[in-house]
Every structure is written in structure tokens, then in C-alpha cells.
Write a protein that binds this ligand. Structure first.
Ligand SMILES: *[C@@H]1O[C@H](CO)[C@@H](O)[C@H](O)[C@H]1NC(C)=O
Ligand SMILES: *[C@@H]1O[C@H](CO)[C@@H](O)[C@H](O)[C@H]1NC(C)=O
Ligand SMILES: [Zn+2]
Length: 449
């Protein structure tokens, strides 16, 4: 027994502290792509450099693309940029990002206060969901939709599922492991909509399904081994590298553009469509009730963008794209009303490069009308995937407003059993929200997915 305890603590220290991947010497490359010549260079950066650097995100306000450059490539990248007369910045990575937080003892209940103030382990996330399900047994049902590659449970939180066929808004979070804020946002949505009586009415006519952690293996790995881990943790036969990019693994134009077929790439699309058990579970669960799902949001970070399909190729839009833009702008306006944070509404494919096999494209292809990817805060690369914990709550409150707009829109378009007056007030509320939109849509670079 004593021996077991000792060896466990060695594993703990080994996993959490000693072997957390060292990124000394790595740099963040920032390229300002306002100039068309530079934009063209950036769009072909893989050809120019001879490899595809890890794309982190973009700052659409400053028209900057951000890449993570490994220490052995820094000189080569500098030389290449210089020879193309590209101005750029090579920044040091914020060391705070790689500071390992001490795990809190799992001795107390995980509360909304924890969700608002710190990043949680997968076990803590599940503990929080279990306590919400116990506290609100009529409103919240936890549904297991499958297992991750390493056998962790994939859980859908069904809110307001009363057995009726009312329309559904479906939210996925955290398919990219390092995008930590997305998990807290999903848990916050679950808590807020069931705990606030103000949303009762909305839940009576629209069901919300939230999958707060669509990649638990990758997430735990990003907490214990490698802060920048993005992919799943699948092991492939003869594989040199683990994991696939689950957001390139959906069965719609799979493997065509903006992906890599090499296993070690950050955007490896997997060995075939749905090769990832996480993607198989999600596509099965959604397909089972796809005729009722009218809204879909995949939560990612970072970049403050609301992206709409199609993303698998450029300058190609669904026939109802104007509806997607209108509701996207209403979501952005609702976010801005919280504390003036700007989100850009932009097409997924018109960015630096299209990316096929993403979940929002697939959801749209299944007939889910309002399908989006939201890149949450921040917009800057210095904190990037490690949004400081004291900013978690604001991002949660902003995202909640966006989800509420989508639910109201779905209610007014697809709600059942409405009395004339509630239908009229839903429609009025919806058009009020749409009137609040201010920004016009700009063609930015929508590709952080
Ligand atoms: C870079 O700029 C120099 C000096 O202005 C010029 O001679 C050279 O042709 C430029 N190279 C490219 C690739 O634009
Ligand atoms: C609103 O944003 C400002 C600056 O962008 C920030 O300093 C402030 O803390 C935010 N307020 C809240 C309530 O989050
Ligand atoms: Zn992402």
C-alpha cells in the first residue's frame, strides 16, 4: 500500500511537473497581411517555408496571422521571410502559458464559482455536471453518447428535454484540446440556463444540448503533458505521432483542402472520415435527431469570430447564407452589449485557407440551418489559448448572450405549440435583437478552427 502511494506520486509529479513539454526557444510569428502581396505569401506559407507551421489564430482587427514556430525552425523562417521582403515580428511566448497549475484536491464540490475562475480537470467538469443534474433533475439529463479513444465518457447534457419534439440548439466544446476557455463556457451555459428562472420560458420551447468536452483525452494531455496539444490521442498503426485533428475528421469533403494526411501534422485529418471515436460518437448522436436540431455552435478559441459555412473551400456559400449572417450579426451585437467586446462575423472558407472536414460544415450539410463555429476570446496571441483565469467569467457571459440569441431565433422560426401572443412576442424579441446589429460583415480571415 505504501509502495503504491509512493509510485503514484512519482507518476503524478512526472506527469504534471517534470515532463510538461518544454517550449524554450519557441517563438510566435506575427505577420501583418493587410498588403495583398503578403496575404498571398501567407496563403501559401506551407509552400514558401517547405512545411506548414502551427497556425494559432489571427487578430482580425490588426489583420495579423499568428504561428507557433519551433526553435529549430526560427532561423529558417526568418531567412525565408526576409528573402520575400515580408515584415514580421518574432515574439517570445508568454511564459505564464506554460506554468503548470497545481491541481486542486478533489475534496469539495465543484461549483459555478470554480467554473468562473479557473480551468478544471475533466474529472472536475464531470463532477460539476453530476451535481447540476442532481440539483435540477427535471431539467438536466446526462446522456452518454460514446467513449473517447482512451475510454473517457463523452457526455451530452440535455436541458429541457421533456420528450416533446421541440427544436434543439446543439453546442459542442473543446474539440481542440488547448482551447481551454471553451470548456468553461460550455459548463457556464449549462448552469446559467437552468439556474435562472428568466430562461424557463425559452427552455419550454427550445431544447439545449451541450457537449462540454468533445476531446477529453486531448484535454487531459494538454493539462498534464503538453500545453499546446490540439488533437485527439488516437494511436494509429505504424504511427509515429498520436492523434488526429477531430475538426478535420468529419465526413463532408473530408481530406480535400486545408488538411494534412501526415500523422504528425497538427491538422492531420485522420486515416478516414470519422476515424476518431469522438467524431463517430458526435456524428451518430447528432444524426439521430438531426431533423430537430436547428442551431449548432462549435466553441473554439481564439480570435473573437463567429464563422459560418462553407469552410471547406473559398467563396462558396449555402443558399440561405443571408440568414446565417443576420443571426451571426445579432449574436455579435449581443456579445458587444456585455462589455464592448468585438466579434467579427465572417465566412469560414474565405480566410487564409479553407479547411475541410470541420464540424460546422458537416452540421450544415445535415440540414441544420444555423451552424457556426465561434472563436472565443482573446484576440491577441500573447495569452492565446491560455486566457487568464480572471477573464473567464466575462467570456462566459458574452457567449451566453450569443447562445440566447440563437435560441430565440430558433424559437421564433421553428418553435412548436406557441400561443399567438407568445409567438408574436418571440418574433418581436428576435427582430429587436436583429435591429441591434451594428457592424457590417467584413471579409476577414476566418480560420482559427
Ligand atoms: C526585396 O526588396 C529589395 C530591395 O527593395 C529588392 O531588390 C528585391 O527585389 C525584393 N525582393 C522581393 C522578393 O520582392
Ligand atoms: C470590461 O472590459 C474592460 C476593458 O476591456 C475591462 O477592464 C473590464 O474589467 C471589463 N469589465 C467586466 C465587468 O468584465
Ligand atoms: Zn479550434
Amino acid at each position: 500500500m505504501l509502495f503504491q502511494l509512493v509510485s503514484l506520486s512519482v507518476v503524478f509529479i512526472g506527469g504534471i511537473l517534470a515532463e510538461y513539454k518544454n517550449y524554450d526557444g519557441f517563438k510566435i510569428l506575427e505577420v501583418n497581411f493587410q498588403n495583398p502581396r503578403v496575404k498571398k505569401y501567407v496563403q501559401e506559407i506551407d509552400k514558401n517555408l517547405g512545411f506548414m507551421p502551427d497556425f494559432l489564430g489571427e487578430n482580425w482587427k490588426q489583420k495579423q496571422a499568428h504561428y507557433f514556430i519551433d526553435k529549430d525552425s526560427v532561423e529558417k523562417v526568418r531567412t525565408n521571410l526576409d528573402s520575400h521582403n515580408i515584415t514580421y515580428q518574432m515574439r517570445d511566448v508568454n511564459p505564464q502559458i506554460f506554468k503548470v497549475r497545481k491541481r486542486r484536491d478533489l475534496n469539495g464540490a465543484v461549483t459555478i464559482n470554480d467554473v468562473n475562475n479557473r480551468y478544471l480537470s475533466y474529472d472536475e467538469q464531470m463532477q460539476f455536471l453530476n451535481s447540476i443534474a442532481q440539483q435540477y433533475p427535471d431539467d438536466v439529463k446526462l446522456q452518454k453518447i460514446g467513449n473517447s479513444y482512451e475510454g473517457r465518457s463523452l457526455t451530452a447534457v440535455r436541458i429541457g428535454d421533456d420528450g416533446s419534439s421541440k427544436p434543439i440548439v446543439w453546442i459542442d466544446a473543446g474539440v481542440h484540446a488547448r482551447e481551454w476557455i471553451s470548456y468553461n463556457v460550455a459548463l457556464y451555459l449549462v448552469y446559467t440556463i437552468v439556474s435562472q428562472p428568466a430562461y424557463r420560458d425559452l427552455l419550454n420551447s427550445v431544447q439545449l444540448v451541450v457537449v462540454p468536452n468533445t476531446n477529453p483525452d486531448g484535454y487531459e494531455y494538454s493539462r498534464t503533458n503538453d500545453r499546446m496539444w490540439r488533437k485527439t490521442r488516437s494511436r494509429f498503426t505504424n504511427g509515429r505521432c498520436a492523434g488526429a485533428d477531430a475538426n478535420r475528421n468529419y465526413p463532408f469533403f473530408w481530406g480535400t483542402q486545408g488538411v494534412s494526411h501526415s500523422q504528425c501534422s497538427e491538422i492531420y485529418c485522420g486515416s478516414r472520415p470519422q476515424s476518431e471515436p469522438e467524431v463517430m460518437a458526435l456524428t451518430n448522436a447528432i444524426t439521430r435527431e438531426e431533423t430537430r436540431i436547428k442551431g449548432y455552435i462549435a466553441l473554439h478559441s481564439y480570435g473573437q469570430e463567429i464563422l459560418y459555412p462553407w469552410g471547406h473551400t473559398m467563396r462558396t456559400y449555402p443558399s440561405d447564407v443571408q440568414d446565417l449572417i443576420t443571426v451571426g450579426k445579432a449574436m455579435a451585437a449581443a456579445i458587444r452589449a456585455v462589455n464592448n467586446t468585438d466579434y467579427n462575423v465572417v465566412n469560414s472558407g474565405d480566410g487564409l485557407y479553407p479547411a475541410a472536414g470541420a464540424s460546422d460544415d458537416w452540421a450544415k450539410s445535415r440540414g441544420i440551418k444555423y451552424s457556426y463555429t465561434i472563436e472565443l476570446s482573446p484576440i491577441d496571441d500573447y495569452t492565446g489559448f491560455s486566457l487568464p483565469e480572471d477573464r473567464i467569467n466575462q467570456v462566459c457571459r458574452e457567449a451566453f448572450q450569443a447562445v440566447q440569441v440563437l435560441m430565440i431565433e430558433v424559437r421564433s422560426k421553428f418553435g412548436l405549440r406557441q400561443t399567438t401572443s407568445s409567438a408574436a412576442s418571440a418574433a418581436a424579441q428576435s427582430s429587436l435583437l436583429l435591429k441591434r446589429m451594428r457592424t457590417s460583415v467584413s471579409r476577414g480571415f476566418g480560420r482559427g478552427k
